[in-house]
Design a binder for this molecule. Structure first.
Ligand SMILES: [Zn+2]
Ligand SMILES: [Zn+2]
Length: 163
């Protein structure tokens, strides 16, 4: 039995394994970790904690490649500038198709209206006992007449307001 030599074991601050320290060496006694590996890992852990506390971070799934990535902005949609570029391209393409669809829809509507008007006119012509052509001619003349009347009236109104 050796006297004066007490083995001191301390639990590792990272992995929890007891490790031997020289109780004569104050530096050894201050050691918290069993190995360089545990010391570095513990430091990394603290760093990660600090980042977590300092900046909110989010696990977000990339819109393009589907990779889960860590970001401090929950509005981030892509994992990398490349994916972001790809996403912008996709978005503008989608916008283009939406616009095209809207245009098509509008054209369809206009055409539908035109057909409705045509049928309406045909029905009116029929009711008046006229052919479509005659009816349209009459409508045109009536419109001209109305136009002339309107112009004349405007002049009259103008005269009246003058006097
Ligand atoms: Zn350890
Ligand atoms: Zn991505």
């Amino acid at each position: 039995m050796e006297m004066g030599c007490i083995q001191v074991f301390k639990p590792c601050g990272y992995c929890g394994e007891p490790f031997e320290v020289d109780d004569k060496n104050p530096n050894e006694l201050k050691r918290k970790y069993c190995s360089e590996f545990c010391r570095t890992e513990a430091a990394n852990e603290r760093k990660r904690e600090r980042i977590k506390i300092g900046k909110r971070s989010y696990n977000v799934e990339c819109d393009i490649c589907g990779k889960i990535f860590l970001t401090n902005r929950s509005t981030n949609k892509t994992c990398s500038p490349e994916c972001n570029h790809e996403r912008q391209k996709k978005l503008s393409r989608a916008g283009y198709y939406r616009q095209k669809e809207a245009k098509k829809e509008k054209a369809k509507e206009t055409e539908q209206k035109r057909i409705e008007t045509l049928t309406e006119v045909q029905q009116k012509a029929q009711a008046a006992g006229m052919t479509y052509g005659n009816y349209m001619k009459q409508q045109f003349l009536k419109q001209l007449e109305e136009e002339r009347e309107r112009n004349g009236r405007t002049k009259d109104v103008h005269k009246e307001s003058d006097g």
